[in-house]
Each structure stands twice: as structure tokens, then as C-alpha cells.
Design a protein around this ligand. Sequence first.
Ligand SMILES: Nc1nc2c(ncn2[C@@H]2O[C@H](COP(=O)(O)OP(=O)(O)O)[C@@H](O)[C@H]2O)c(=O)[nH]1
Ligand SMILES: [Mg+2]
Length: 271
Amino acid sequence: MSGRPDATERGSAPAEPQPVPAAGTTASTRDVRVSPHGTAAIPGARVVQVQKSLMVHNDGVAAANREAFRGSLVLNVVSSPGSGKTALLERTVRDLDGDLSVAIVVGDLETDNDAERLHAAGAPSVQIVTGTVCHLEAEMVARAVDQLDLGGLDVLVIENVGNLVCPAAWDLGEDLRVTMLSVTEGEDKPLKYPRIFKDADAVLINKIDIAEVVGFDRVRALDAVRKVAPGARVFELSARTGEGVGDWLDYLRERRRLKASAIAAAATDAS
Ligand SMILES: Nc1nc2c(ncn2[C@@H]2O[C@H](COP(=O)(O)OP(=O)(O)O)[C@@H](O)[C@H]2O)c(=O)[nH]1
Ligand SMILES: [Mg+2]
């Protein structure tokens, strides 16, 4: 397996932006910044430069991530910009109220606003600022997670860059792909952007509090989701009012429990 950042880099990031040696082979360079908020490893915001990996390299790093993250349930949350990913994660952290420990890595083209919001909601959060890159890659996530303490962490959430196209192709090492659609985006979006919906373990239809006023056609939207992602769990909810969020939290608890059981079974087999 190749490309996982060396463990000696953990917790020792320099105060000033520093180039990180290329982990890929011959790809063009992509510089992204990583800013932690409220993380145990490094208090305060710091910036680290991260270099891109090749797409083919990505799968190896994603596999290494999966191994490194094995103690936690890992979600990759994708949607269009503005669907309400951050709003739902804020509510998720608040409503779980410590029942499950959650840390979040969030990607945006610019600003660390979302990491600040999520930190304020109670989750250690690391912002990845991708500049011109329209999705997160496994290596960006690996570097960002170096700023977090994974020990005993129940759930690691990766909020991807808002985009229904690019993130679909990049495995980050997650257990679950969570694709969100909000009621203002058009009921046919799953049909227009099938790839990002077809790989979803869960589809969240957000902003149901305004469904009526925007004329959302629920049946048509559910048909579209079912057609493209027949196996996905579907949750209709409102990050704003909290309606439907209880079912989502139950799903997280259940998936966390299943993952913990699988880890325990694997440990028993190995001994
Ligand atoms: N009415 C309503 N607005 C919401 C809901 N969830 C998010 N929003 C609003 O949608 C906008 C985008 O939310 P944000 O969480 O930043 O979206 P993201 O880009 O997907 O992370 C903000 O103005 C939120 O207040 C919801 O459930 N209902
Ligand atoms: Mg966001």
C-alpha cells in the first residue's frame, strides 16, 4: 500500500505553511490548505500545504485511510453547494449531545467558515481549503485527519466539497457514502447526476420544512432516488426544524454499533 503520510508527521505540523513531499508519482501539483478548529493535536488554526495524489494513487491511499480509520464509522457526505450538509452536521453533533463522539473534516474551495460552524456546534473540525479542486481526495483527508485524535472516536464525518459531479469518483476511505438532496434543487437531480446517487448508502432529502412552499414533488423525487439508488436508506428531514433527524441519528447509532461489532469479531478471529 502506498502513499499514507508518515506517522512521524502527526501532531508536529510546522507553524508556517511548509511543502509536503509529493506522495504521488508524476501528477500535476494541487495545493490545498488544512486548518484545524478545536482539535486536540494542534490548538488554533494552522495551515499545512498538501500535494495532490494521482487518481490511481488515490485508491491506495483510500485503502490506507480505511485501515487507519478502522476504529470509527466514517461518512463521506456529498451534495450540491447549499443543500444543508453543514447545517445537518451541526444539528447532528448537537442532538447527539455526546452520545457518540464525532469529528469532522470539511472541504471547501475557500474559507474555513464551515469548520468554525462545526467546531462551535461541538465537534473537533478540520477545514481543507482546496482552492480550485472541486472534490476531496484521499490524501487530503489523510493529512487533515492527522490533526485529529482518532482514539475512541465513534464517528468521523467528511463533508465533501459541494458538487454533484467530481466527488463521485474519489474514494476517501469511508464506510458510508451519504448523498444529500434538498427540496429546492429539483426532483430529477438523481436522474441527472446518477453516479453520486447510485453509490449512496443513504440519501438525505433535506429542507422538508419548506417543501410545500417551493412546490416540492415528493413522490417524483422519491421515485428518482429509488430508480438510481434502490438499495439506499432514504431519510426525509429538516436540519432547521429537526423533523426527521431522529431517524438519521438512529441510523448513525446502528451503523456505529455494526462497525464496532465487526471490529470486535475481526479482533477475536485474529487472536
Ligand atoms: N429552510 C431550511 N434551510 C436550511 C436547512 N438546512 C440548511 N438550510 C439553509 O441552507 C443554506 C445552506 O446550508 P449549508 O449547511 O451551508 O449547506 P452546505 O453548503 O451543503 O454545507 C443555509 O442558509 C442554511 O441555513 C433546512 O433544513 N431548512
Ligand atoms: Mg458546508
